[in-house]
Design a protein around this ligand. Structure first.
Ligand SMILES: Cc1ncc(COP(=O)(O)O)c(C=O)c1O
Length: 371
C-alpha cells in the first residue's frame, strides 16, 4: 500500500487533499510506480547511458525519484538548467535546443548540443572551453512518428553539410572539443523503428570518427491503449548488438519515463444534454492538462461505471477545452473523475493563467517506509 502526502501545493493554490466537490483539481504523482518503472528501464538498458529530458516534467519530486537511475538530465533552456542546478547541483547535464542565447551557449554544462554552424561560431568566438555534440538531422524517411524533428527541412539540428562545416570550424583549436553526435529525429516510435533509426545514426557517426552518440528520446507511448508499452528489453538488446567496442551510446527520453506515474483528479460540476449529446463539465480543464488538446487525443480516464457516452470538458469558454470525447461512463454532478497518463507534457505545458481559475494542488504517493 502507498501513502499519500500533499508535498507541494502549486503556487497560488490553496492546499487541498484531493479533488472533491468544491475543491480544486489535483495532480497525483505515484513516485513508487515511477521508481519501479525507471528501475526496469535502467536494467534493460545495460551500458547505455540514460539522461532524462526534463522538459517532459521538471517536478523536483519526480527528478529526485529518477536520480538513482539516470546518468544525467537533458535540459533545453537556461531556465531548465537553473532549475536542475538548484535542486541537483552535482548531476551531469546536457544542454540542447535551437535558439540558444549567449548566456545559454556559454553556460557550464557536461555536454552542449550544437544546433548550427552559427551557434558554434559564437561559442568559438567566446574562447570558452566546451564539450560538444553536433546535432544532426539526417535526410531519411521517418514513418509512423507522432512528431518528426528530423528527416527533412526542420529547424532542429543540422544537415550533414552543416555538420561538415562545424567539423571544419573545430579543426586547429582546442578549447571546444568534439565529443560526438546527437540526433533526436522523431517521437512516438516503437522499439523496432527506434533501432532502425539508431543503426542509421550510428553509421553516420562512424563516418565522422566520433564515439559518443546520443540517440535522443521519443520512445512511443499509447494514449489509446495505455497497456501498450515501449519494449525496453528489446531496445536494450538491440542497442547492445549495434554498439561497437569503445562507443558510448546515450538516450534522453522524457514522456516514456514519467507519463504513467501522473493522474489528474477532478470532479463533475454539471452534466447536461445539448442537441442530444451528453456533456460533463469538470473543474479545471485543458489549462491544467493541455495534453489532449495539443496531441488531439482523448485523455485516458478511469471508468468506475459504464454508461451512455459522455464528452468530458473543462471550465474554459472555448470548444477546444475537451479532455475526452464520448467516453462510455455514467457521471453525475459531484462525481470524481481521474485522468491517467498525466505525468508528462501535462501541467508544465498548460496555459495556466487563461481565465484565472484556481490552480491544482500536487500530491505524491510514496513507497511506504520499511518498518
Ligand atoms: C532534443 C530532445 N530530446 C529529447 C526529447 C524528449 O522526447 P520524448 O519526451 O518524446 O522522449 C525531446 C522532446 O521534444 C527533444 O526535443
Amino acid at each position: 500500500m502507498s501513502s499519500i502526502s500533499p508535498a507541494r501545493p502549486a503556487p497560488a493554490a490553496a492546499p487541498s487533499p484531493a479533488s472533491g466537490a468544491g475543491s480544486p483539481p489535483a495532480y497525483v504523482y505515484d513516485l513508487a510506480e515511477l521508481d519501479a518503472h525507471v528501475r526496469a528501464v535502467r536494467a534493460a538498458l545495460g551500458d547505455v547511458e540514460l539522461y532524462y529530458a526534463v522538459k517532459a516534467n521538471p517536478d523536483p519530486e519526480l527528478l529526485r525519484t529518477l536520480l538513482p537511475y539516470v546518468d544525467g538530465f537533458e535540459v533545453a533552456s537556461g531556465g531548465e538548467l537553473a532549475h536542475v542546478r538548484e535542486h541537483f547541483p552535482q548531476v551531469p547535464v546536457a544542454l540542447g535546443g535551437p535558439g540558444k542565447t549567449d548566456a545559454e551557449l556559454l553556460s557550464d554544462v557536461t555536454r552542449l548540443h550544437v544546433e548550427s554552424p552559427g551557434e558554434l561560431r559564437r561559442l568559438l568566438a567566446s574562447g570558452r572551453p566546451a564539450d560538444v555534440l553536433l546535432r544532426v538531422n539526417l535526410d531519411i524517411s521517418i514513418e509512423g512518428a507522432a512528431l518528426a524533428m528530423g528527416g527533412g527541412a526542420t529547424p532542429f539540428g543540422m544537415d550533414p553539410a552543416g555538420v561538415d562545416e562545424c567539423v571544419a570550424l573545430l579543426r586547429s583549436q582546442e578549447a571546444v572539443r568534439l565529443r560526438g553526435v546527437h540526433a533526436h529525429l522523431a517521437s512516438g516510435l516503437d522499439a523496432p523503428r527506434m533501432l532502425e533509426l539508431a543503426a542509421v545514426i550510428l553509421d553516420y557517426a562512424r563516418t565522422l570518427g566520433v564515439t559518443e552518440i546520443n540517440l535522443g528520446g521519443g520512445m512511443a507511448v499509447s494514449y489509446t491503449d495505455p497497456s501498450l508499452r515501449f519494449d525496453w528489453q528489446a531496445y536494450g538488446r538491440g542497442l547492445a548488438a549495434l554498439r561497437r567496442p569503445g562507443e558510448t551510446l546515450r538516450i534522453e527520453p522524457g514522456r516514456s519515463l514519467t507519463v504513467y506515474c501522473g493522474r489528474y483528479v477532478t470532479h463533475v460540476i454539471d452534466v447536461k444534454r445539448v442537441h442530444g449529446e451528453l456533456f460533463a463539465i469538470v473543474a479545471g480543464g485543458t489549462h491544467h492538462l493541455r495534453t489532449p488538446a495539443t496531441k488531439g487525443h482523448d485523455q485516458p480516464v478511469l471508468v468506475p461505471r459504464t454508461g451512455e457516452p459522455i464528452t468530458i470538458v473543462g471550465q474554459l469558454c472555448t470548444p477546444k477545452d475537451v479532455l475526452a470525447r464520448r467516453v462510455p461512463i455514467a457521471l453525475k454532478a459531484g462525481d470524481r473523475v481521474e485522468f491517467t497518463m498525466a505525468g508528462a507534457y501535462a501541467w508544465n505545458i498548460s496555459h495556466h493563467d487563461f481565465l484565472m481559475h484556481p490552480r491544482p494542488t500536487f500530491h505524491y504517493l510514496h513507497r511506504p517506509e520499511p518498518s
